[in-house]
Design a protein around this ligand. Sequence first.
Ligand SMILES: NC(=O)c1ccc[n+]([C@@H]2O[C@H](COP(=O)([O-])OP(=O)(O)OC[C@H]3O[C@@H](n4cnc5c(N)ncnc54)[C@H](OP(=O)(O)O)[C@@H]3O)[C@@H](O)[C@H]2O)c1
Length: 333
Amino acid sequence: MQAVVFSAMGQAMQCIERPELVPGAGQAIVQLQAAGLNRRDYWITQGKYPNIQTPTVLGSDGTGTVTQVGTDVSPSWLGRRVILYPGLDWGPNPAAQGPLFRVLGMPDDGTFATSVQVPIESLFDKPTHLSWQEAAALPLAGVTAYRALIVQGEVRAGQSVLITGIGGGVATFALQFAVAAGAEVWVTSSSTRKIQHAVSLGARDGFDYRRDGWDRELLERCGPMDLVIDSAGGSGYRNLIRIAAPGGRLVSYGSTAGRPAEFDLFKVFWKQLKVIGSTMGSPDDFAAMLDMVRHYQIHPVVDQVFSLDDAATAVAHMADSPQFGKLVLNCRI
Ligand SMILES: NC(=O)c1ccc[n+]([C@@H]2O[C@H](COP(=O)([O-])OP(=O)(O)OC[C@H]3O[C@@H](n4cnc5c(N)ncnc54)[C@H](OP(=O)(O)O)[C@@H]3O)[C@@H](O)[C@H]2O)c1
């Protein structure tokens, strides 16, 4: 098999030959058709992720065909077209992951390869309306968006929702899911082109978060937001508290722009706000997300497809976030 190995900090990832995988008890080998990229892969190559271990194969998102299973696993899995749950060992508590939880692709070898070894619990039937590349784009970003918006954010039809940094992979899914749920969605972005793309997916309009006063303009034009979905944090977080409606919810799943420079606790309690954290999602969230994608026939937005041996270029491509939606690797060589 071929795998893209990240051998040490500061060294470029390389696609190399590796011994074929053998399934252990409770495991399956999936011959991958495509793998999706996430910001996490970029953070790891930059040394900006906790507990980095090398050598490792990155990649949390994958889709393909089951080719081998452990002796204790039903052979009915063989030949099935699957999409992989991107976490491992979520644990028993639906409210939060347990201490053994980890993301596929460091420390466990991930999907930037021609095949991957996963526990049988990671296998879910691939939605048939999706191409391999679309399916590869879905797992981590899709389940993160689903949990942030639906499980933690409890979005309802008719509610006003702001999704920040709409060019992001998770943000794009949050937009598609919120529109499907009947919400009225506004977005922020550093790019007019990305705002226009978001409008074509059902957003009402968008605002440039780099411009002073965008929050006041939003309040004047759209009124306060029932729900804000954010992955930036940073100095702009104070604007989000300002634009949240009384009794509104602010869900954070990332902090791309760093810690909030200020946190106006007075506004939080006076406006009766709910400030909520969200990380990825449980296997049940993943199954519910797949049901939603099937029900509304949602197609992930794939920005660009790279070959497996070009994985290092694809990961580096995320540095300035030119993409709208997801970057994908073609794993067939
Ligand atoms: N907790 C979790 O489980 C989880 C899961 C997935 C991701 N995350 C985190 O969430 C963040 C986004 O992940 P992703 O995979 O969606 O990343 P991505 O696809 O690389 O998205 C990056 C986007 O962030 C937006 N952005 C950058 N600076 C911003 C700012 N100051 N204000 C608002 N938006 C800003 C940009 O949007 P525009 O291009 O539109 O300006 C950019 O396109 C990352 O920090 C990631 O580590 C967390």
